[in-house]
Write a protein that binds this ligand. Structure first.
Ligand SMILES: [Zn+2]
Length: 353
């Protein structure tokens, strides 16, 4: 019965549409394509001639269809290119892997014979960590290539969508780490996994010294209005277990910046506000609270990125004296700069702009 009604209503709608549809104005010399001496597509100005709205409507419809077809073709071409790029990348990776396996085979034999050769000159004293496909062994890598020193990039909304590899855009969720060339924690426990930033074809030397055996995750559960971030080990064990933490930014080496609560933007994307925050050394578990903003001291206002400020360079320490810094805005024209020194200490400067 419902089906019959539906058919009837549809039929009525189409009929009405038909009646309303304009008919062609076929007067001789009009702009109708069916007119005798039609002016349509003749490079003639429309003014002063009889128009044909029906032809105009048909042409408009056709233009829309043509546009859709063009888009479909462009999309197909882009997909083809992406597939070819991926294929090339896979071939390169396979070749690199083979090379690594061959090299590794050699070094294993070398390692076995080395102790007997103690007197030989130029034997490397330290064992260089194994590198597979540009990834050092023991480190949790991020195929999503997220900038883990960017507060903006590391703040996720509770409605966070899929995260893609920025180069290949395969539209699949990258919610796993790569450890020793294998995917780990590839399940739905974590929404986002951020480790050592790895850009295929880019620098592979981990310049910010993201530590081995640890990664940053966004859990698949929320607390109030914010996501829950944590540090985890290779087994997926939560290291902080503090549901107030919504955002974790890698600072330098063993230091992370832990930020609490819902993120709110302040200062047009140049800084982000949080209810609280600390600099945290995940190895020593030492905590350095971040200075709070204004007289109310009810929030922490962190600059958008580690090693970023819009203040002139003379407000900063001499570049050769530190490994990284982060600016925390503490008041109108006041900032606290936190530094990680070369000997791995946290130091701070109170700066008036
Ligand atoms: Zn017409």
């Amino acid at each position: 019965m419902i089906k019959a009604w539906f058919l009837l209503v549809t039929l009525l709608l189409f009929t009405t549409n038909d009646i309303l549809a304009q008919s062609h104005v076929t007067t001789t010399g009009s702009f109708c394509r069916y007119a005798k001496n039609s002016l349509r597509n003749k490079n003639v100005y429309a003014e002063g001639h009889t128009q044909c709205p029906a032809c105009d409507a048909e042409d408009a419809k056709e233009a829309v269809a043509r546009k859709a077809e063009d888009k479909r073709r462009a999309d197909a071409k882009a997909a083809e290119r992406a597939a070819a790029a991926l294929e090339k990348k896979r071939a390169e990776d396979a070749l690199l892997k083979k090379k690594w396996e061959e090299a590794n085979k050699g070094s294993t034999e070398l390692a076995v014979t080395m102790p007997a050769n103690k007197t030989t000159a130029n034997v490397p004293s330290a064992v260089t960590p194994a590198v597979i496909n540009g990834m050092a062994a023991g480190y949790l890598y991020d195929e999503g290539e997220t900038d883990n020193q960017s507060v903006g990039k590391m703040s996720f909304s509770i409605n966070q969508g899929e995260r893609n590899n920025q180069i290949y855009k395969l539209y699949s969720d990258i919610n796993y780490f790569v450890l020793n060339n294998k995917r780990i924690l590839d399940n739905d426990e974590f929404k986002v996994c951020i480790g050592v930033r790895r850009i295929p074809g880019g620098p592979q030397n981990n310049p910010t010294k993201f530590p081995p055996g640890v990664g940053i995750v966004i859990l698949n559960e929320t607390a109030g209005k914010h996501v829950i971030a944590d540090l985890i080990d290779a087994k997926g064990e939560r290291l902080l277990k503090d549901n107030n933490i919504s955002t974790i930014v890698h600072f330098f080496g063993d230091y992370f910046i832990l930020l609490e609560g819902e993120v709110f933007s302040h200062g047009g994307g140049t800084s982000y506000g949080f209810s609280d925050g600390v600099i945290y050394n995940y190895k020593t578990k030492q905590r350095y609270p971040l200075a709070k903003y204004g007289s109310k001291r009810n929030r922490v206002n962190v600059a958008w990125q580690v090693n970023a400020t819009y203040l002139s360079k003379d407000k900063l320490r001499e570049k050769s004296t530190y490994s990284a810094f982060v600016e925390v805005i503490t008041d109108w024209q006041k900032s606290m700069f936190y530094y990680i020194t070369h000997d791995g200490k946290v130091e701070s400067d109170d700066i008036n702009w």
